[in-house]
Structures are given as C-alpha cells and as structure tokens.
Write a protein that binds this ligand. Structure first.
Ligand code: GLN
Length: 487
C-alpha cells in the first residue's frame, strides 16, 4: 500500500468515527506540509521514538498523526479559532511547536474544535461545530480544547495539541479521560498560537499514553527566536531528584462526591506506591478565579482589538464609513462570550480605575506565586482536582440530569483549580484516574517550574494502578483496519 493510500484510509477512519462526536473542524493532510518530507509509510503504524539500528543515533522522531487545536497555525489549514470572525481564514504559516513536531515526522491530520478564541469550559461557545463527550453524548467534552480531548479519547489520534490559558488542556483531558499537559510558561513557543491572554497561556499536549505526551513535549519545547518569552527548560528538569513527597489539599474543596472520593483514592494509590503524602494549604485558592478573570479579560480586550474587519477576517456586507465597518464586523462576528470578556477587560482597564482591579489582580498573582514557592520547599508536587465536577451536561441535551448542570458563571468559578498553574506559570498534568457514572475522572499533578519530567514520572507510576480507559464506542486505527475499515 502506498503512503497516500494509507493516509486516505486513515482520514476516512477519522471522518467515519467522528461523525457524531464532532472533535474536528477540518480533517485533511495537506501536501507540502513540513512533515510530508519526513514521514515514511503509514504514520499511524510507527511506534513513537523507534529508530533503526546503527550509528550515529538519529534525532528523536515522532512519526505519528497529530491533531491541532484550531487556534494554532498550520500552513494551508484553516485557523478559525472557533469564531465567525476568522471562519474563512487560511493560515499562511505554521506555529513553531507544530513545525518542530512535523520535522520529527509527525503528520497533521486536522484541526480540532474549541470555544471561540479559547474562552469557555465546554466547547459550546462556538458557532462552527458541535463537540460532544465521547463517553456520553449528552455531556460536554470540556473546553476550550474539547475537540483535541475528544479526538484522543476516541482513539482517532494518539496525540493532539491544545492551548491552556486557564485550564483549557487539563479540564477537557479530565472530562474525556486522557492525559493533558500544560507546560511551564515559556517552555513552548507561542509563535503561531492565536493570542487570548498572552501572560497566562501556553501550547501543550493531550495524549492517550504518558510516554507519547512526554516525547511530544520534549520535541516541541525550547527557546524560539520568534517568541521572546520562550525559554529552554533546564536539562535536568530543574531537579534531578525523584519525587518523594506529594502535597494534597484538605478541607471542603466544593467537590462532587464522585470527585472527592476519587481524590482520596488517587492519594491512596500514590501512598501505596511509596510516596509520602503531606497536607498543604493553599490560602490563595479563593482569589484565583477573580484574579484570573481580571487579568485574562484585560489581556483579551487588548489582544482581540486587532480584529477590525479591515485586513482579514469577517467583513460586513456594507458600511458607510470605517467606524461603521469596524463596529459592524465586531458586533456581527464575535460571539456573546467573547463580547462579554472584551467588555469586562475594557472595564477593568479603563483609565483611572486600573488600581481597583487590574493592579489588585497582579498583586494577588504575586501572592499565589509566593505561596506556591513556599509549598514547594516542603513537597515535590501537589496532587489536586482539575475541576470540582465531572463532565457536565450539554446545554442542549434534554435527557441529562438537571442537578449536574453548570451555568456559565458556575463554570467560571469552577476554574479555581486549573487557573492556579497559569497565574503561577507552573507545569501541571491531568492524569486519568478512573470512571464514575460512566464518565471519566481525572486529577492533576502540579509541580514547580520546569518539573515536567517529574510529573511524567509520577504519572507513569499512577498509570500502573490507574490505566487509561477508552469509551466502548471508540476503536483504534489498527482495530478498524483489521475489521475491514467500517464496512
Ligand atoms: N475556562 C477558561 C476560560 O474560559 C479556560 C480558558 C483557556 O484555558 N483557554 O477562560
């Protein structure tokens, strides 16, 4: 079978399997992408990191299919950001993170759905596509990287890229039952990531297997001349010592009974594997959400000012003058949540009032960072919930239980466990930790800056007791092929 034939077959597999879940906004392999030169044979069949015998050792390879969240640029693919504003935009360039993976042999096979510009927790804030949770279609996949999480959970791709500004990789990873890494701020170049809140966000990885997530991160991280905030992670991961002590939060964290039980259970598994458990207190936790939404909306209002309908993006049919053109473009093409956040951001930044909100939020941010620095003198990593609930019902799902629903405000308040890592610029990794009521559970490991390797090590340990599970409706590519390709 030729490379082209097997790729076509692979894309047909994705298209077929994604009909109901809607993980992807675009499914395609673009000829001429950097990876085309590197990939050989069937990209879905090569185990990651395998290299032929002989010397000298070749550079690390990642000959795998890759899905990319649609706010990350890949040349020749659309770059909609889940917004009518950019619905018809085709990217003229490729993000550094993607380019590095393509050079290692990865093949982009499509772009995944998201909340508009990354603003949301359910992949429901977008007019461009509907993504549902692969475990139960009445429930959300989480957000904003819901498409990437659902694609991995359905085994459509072994690895997918997402972005995390306030939890957008880790929360959908928990909702869909996959691994999700938010790296240390700056270790992955943001060049080619469409900006939402630049001081908080980073490109990261969702995957079905912790080894693949780790390899992907290693390949795409490192300083990049195109992003002045990018840095090289220290070679020993900041600390060569293995993880011994795990911090856990005590007290009423506002978790559902299922999540609370799972938190205790995960702690016990770690203890049984020889980790020392130490209770820690995060006194700043209650300030995380106000600080996050003040800073994120302030940065969003500045970052999204560029969408004015003039050079690219949505253009209104008719306008009397330039002012009207801009006003019409923005009011017609931005969704409700995006407008709300631009208004909020403009409000907290308005002249003469910065001290009341924005400066206060920055001070809280410093306090959070300092408190965590103190805590990491006593523990190596913190085990904490990702979200107080499991996946919640979709707004338009009639059959789902009313008690489990979360309105838009509750969804924001629930970001308290994830936003901490963004405000403090720290790495955090969602690990799948089981099932309850037929839906996945996930916990996160958060470590000091540059401690990704330690997070991977603990996750690998946990995976022995709590292996990843896939929904019954999912089927892997080799299984699908063996079964005759959906026929
Ligand atoms: N729920 C967060 C928000 O809506 C997630 C954002 C993100 O990480 N992109 O802002």
């Amino acid at each position: 079978m030729t490379d082209t034939e097997s790729l076509e077959e692979y894309l047909a597999f994705i298209r077929h399997q994604d009909r109901e879940t809607g993980s992807f906004l675009e499914i395609a392999v673009r000829p001429g992408a950097a990876g085309a030169a590197g990939a050989t044979g069937d990209p879905a069949e090569h185990p990651a990191g395998e290299s032929p015998e002989g010397s000298p050792p070749p550079p690390p390879r990642l000959p795998l299919p890759l899905a990319v969240k649609d706010n990350i640029a890949v040349r020749g693919y659309r770059l909609t950001c889940g917004s009518s504003m950019l619905e018809n935009l085709v990217s003229p360039y490729t993000a550094t993170a993607v380019e590095r993976l393509e050079r290692a042999g990865a093949r982009v096979v499509g772009k995944t759905n998201l909340d508009e510009f990354g603003m949301g927790s359910a992949t429901e804030n977008t007019p461009l596509g509907r993504t549902v949770n692969p475990w139960n279609h009445d429930f959300v996949a989480g957000g904003s990287s819901g498409g990437s999480a659902a694609a991995v959970a359905q085994q459509l791709v072994p690895v997918a890229l997402g972005s995390d500004t306030g939890g957008s990789i880790r929360q959908p990873a928990a909702f869909c039952g996959v691994y999700g890494l938010k790296p240390t701020y700056g270790t992955v170049s943001r060049y080619g990531l469409v900006a939402y809140a630049s001081s908080l966000e980073v490109i990261g990885v969702l995957g079905a297997d912790i080894g693949t997530v780790a390899r992907t991160y290693r390949l795409m991280s490192g300083v990049d001349g195109m992003d002045h905030s990018s840095v090289d992670p220290p070679p020993d991961g900041g600390s060569p010592d293995p993880v011994r002590t795990v911090g856990v939060l005590r007290g009423d964290l506002g978790l559902t009974p299922e999540v609370a039980r799972n938190y205790a259970e995960t702690e016990q598994v770690l203890q049984a594997r020889g980790y020392r458990i130490k209770p820690v207190e995060l006194t700043t936790l209650e300030y995380v959400v106000p600080a996050y939404y003040t800073i994120a909306t302030a940065e969003a209002s500045a970052n999204l000012a560029r969408y004015n309908g003039v050079r690219y993006g949505y253009r209104p049919d008719y306008a009397e003058n330039p002012e009207e053109l801009v006003r019409k473009a923005r009011s017609e093409a931005f969704g409700r949540e995006v407008k709300l956040r631009i208004l909020l951001g403009t409000y907290v930044l308005r002249s003469g009032f910065q001290d009341q909100y924005y400066t206060q939020a920055q001070k809280i941010r410093t306090l959070i960072r300092r408190e965590l620095e103190q805590i990491y003198r006593e523990v190596d990593v913190i085990l904490m919930p990702v979200f107080p609930t499991q996946a919640f019902p979709r707004a338009d799902a009639e059959g789902a239980p009313a008690f489990a629903r979360l309105d838009e405000f509750q969804q924001k308040v629930a970001d308290r466990f994830t936003c901490t890592a963004n405000l403090a610029a720290l790495p955090a990794l969602t690990v799948p930790t089981g099932l309850a009521r037929g839906l996945p559970l996930g916990m996160q490991l958060m470590g000091p800056a540059f401690s990704e390797e330690r997070l991977f090590a603990v996750a690998e340990d946990l995976a022995r007791e709590m292996p990843i599970q896939f929904p019954r409706s999912s089927i892997s590519w080799p299984e699908w092929r063996a079964a005759g390709g959906g026929s």
